[in-house]
Design a protein around this ligand. Structure first.
Ligand code: PLP
Length: 544
């Protein structure tokens, strides 16, 4: 690390300087700023260390719990950050980083995000954000229209209305889901007669008043864990999120869903919300939303669609019908920081009915006055940055047809990858891509052909070994640093619903080429052959 011979000192002047005088262009910070804006990919490629260092090693660099007594010069500190932090970060924008939903960003977002940080607008209220508030309301309007497709007059009436909101912008899908279920809870357990509503009197009084023995949220077993957090913070309890079985395509089983609704109502448990998943996090599949909407209507409960990841598919005219029925939802979560290529911290929920957010409205005299257009009166978060501006800019710069191209090519790429997996004798496709996400594993041809003939015990043994092999390959590939796929454990129908370890791939980076995908598979096949531990044992099992 480059330590400075000059010693920085905390003085009135030096503090004044950091608020007024920019770093010189030839300072480390100035140089880095230039490098980043000229060639971000190159900069990251040069600085992120390919070699995997154990987290415990890295923790040593972040071990001191004392706030420094001595200030640092900015440039010196920048050296420190490059060395200790940047070098050990993850290259999420690399075209061969295909394991997660966090992806590459378009270049224009860098200068724009500087503008956002520089302006430091606080969206909690108009007094600290002015034009950012109508902008955010417009973004919510655009996303609302993308989902629900109402006409101009609807948006003219509601988009900027003080006592209404078409949705809530927030930090991500988790908060969006919490907000949606918060609205659902407060509308279900609303004030009535003497009862002042769950928001005022809490769940115990609410259940007593409405004479329910509990409330429940129903979602497929592929539902995102954020729903459990939501149930937890809303006081409903995680066990009230009830997992409904899925079919062999990872979509909710509507017969089982109806049966569960019947069972609960017989027990006097009120279904508060049915949640459809539009793009499950693990397999990318979409629930039958139209059918679910009808069930929700029948049981008179809030229908929420968690489209945090898959919602952006609505931007593709070619593929948006995959989400048919989403327009029947009372609320929809979409993460702009997933398939809309916006930096993290950009989630939103839209509500079909612009009046439904009234149930979560909060007011405070000094800040969120009644009748004001302050966005903070119906968001979970308080102070919030102007992230909506980055969504706004992306929607304008990329435009709907641009997004359509990005979405379409991601889906095409996933299909291509699925094809080469299926064509390869030693790989096994586990979940076919419906969007740009798929799962698979390495499974030698001989095993694939022989496994059916084995006893159940032997099959289990084979699958256990294959799990170990999958884990080994995934770890080694990550350590090699050329490419990255993630791994997850999902129930696989074909193997009697056994929880099976699989590779998971998300193909959103437009720079990921067919060649890269071929290389990913080749590397995995090589790693499998290299591993002396698993293959011989596997082959022995099928030969017996
Ligand atoms: C990612 C995701 C979430 C959570 O979103 P965050 O932005 O990580 O909070 C919720 N639901 C689904 C289906 C997701 O894919």
């Amino acid at each position: 690390m480059a330590t400075s011979k000059r010693a920085a000192k905390a003085t009135q002047e030096s503090l004044h300087r950091i608020f007024t005088i920019p770093e010189a262009p030839d300072s480390t910070l100035g140089r880095i700023e230039q490098e980043i804006s000229q060639n971000l990919a190159g900069f990251l490629g040069d600085h992120i260390a390919a070699k995997e260092i154990a987290l415990s090693e890295i923790e040593k660099d972040f071990a001191c719990s004392q706030i420094p007594e001595d200030p640092s010069f900015v440039s010196d500190h920048m050296h420190h950050l490059l060395d200790k932090l940047v070098a050990q970060s993850v290259h999420t924008s690399s075209p061969s980083f295909i394991g997660h939903m966090t992806s590459a960003l378009p270049y224009f977002l860098l200068p724009l995000s500087k503008l956002m940080v520089g302006l430091n607008q606080n969206l909690v209220k108009i007094e600290t954000s002015k034009a950012f508030t109508p902008l955010e309301r417009q973004v919510l309007g655009m996303m609302h229209r993308l989902v629900y497709g109402y006409q101009d007059d609807f948006y003219q009436q509601w988009m900027h209305s003080a006592d209404h909101s078409l949705g809530a912008f927030c930090s991500g899908g988790t908060v969006a889901n919490i907000t949606a279920l918060w609205v659902a809870r407060n509308n279900l357990l609303k004030p009535e007669g003497e009862f002042k509503g769950v928001a005022r009197q809490g769940l115990y009084a609410a259940l007593k008043h409405y004479q329910y023995d509990g409330v429940a949220i129903l979602v497929s077993k592929r539902g995102h864990y954020s729903l459990k957090k939501a149930a937890d913070v809303l006081g409903i309890g995680q066990d009230s999120v009830i997992a409904i079985p899925t079919d062999q395509h990872n979509k909710i089983d509507c017969v089982a869903l109806k049966a569960k609704c019947e069972e609960l109502s017989a027990k006097n448990i009120r279904v508060m919300s049915i949640v459809g998943v539009a793009g499950t996090t693990e397999t990318g599949n979409i629930d039958p939303l139209t059918e679910m909407a009808a069930i929700a209507k029948h049981y008179d409960c809030h229908f929420h669609v968690d489209a945090a990841w898959g919602g952006a598919t609505l931007l593709s005219n070619k593929h948006r019908n995959l989400l048919a029925g989403i327009e029947l939802a009372d609320s929809v979560t979409i993460d702009a920081h997933k398939q809309m290529y916006v930096p993290m911290g950009a989630g939103l929920v839209v509500f079909k009915n612009p009046a439904s957010v009234a149930s979560i409205e909060h007011h405070a005299e000094y800040i969120l006055r009644k009748g004001s257009k302050d966005l903070g009166s119906h968001t979970l978060e308080g102070s919030r940055p102007g992230m909506a501006m980055l969504v706004y800019a992306s929607l304008h710069i990329i435009s709907r047809p641009g997004y359509e191209l990005l979405i379409n090519q991601s889906i095409d790429k996933a299909k291509y990858f699925a094809d080469i997996i299926e064509a390869h004798p030693d790989f096994e496709l586990i979940s076919k891509p419906e969007l740009c996400l798929l799962t698979y594993r390495y499974n030698p041809a001989k095993i694939q052909q022989g496994i059916d003939k084995l006893t159940a015990d032997k099959q289990l043994e084979v699958n256990k070994l294959l799990d170990k092999l999958t884990k080994y390959i995934q770890k080694r590939q990550r350590e090699n640093g050329k490419s990255f796929v993630s791994r997850t454990r999902i129930e696989v129908e074909k193997y009697q619903g056994r929880k099976t370890l699989v590779f998971r791939v998300v193909l959103a980076n437009p720079l990921t080429s067919d060649d890269i995908l071929q290389d990913v598979l080749s590397e995995q096949a090589e790693l499998a052959l290299e591993s002396q531990r698993f293959l011989p044992k596997l082959f022995k099992l099928v030969q017996q």
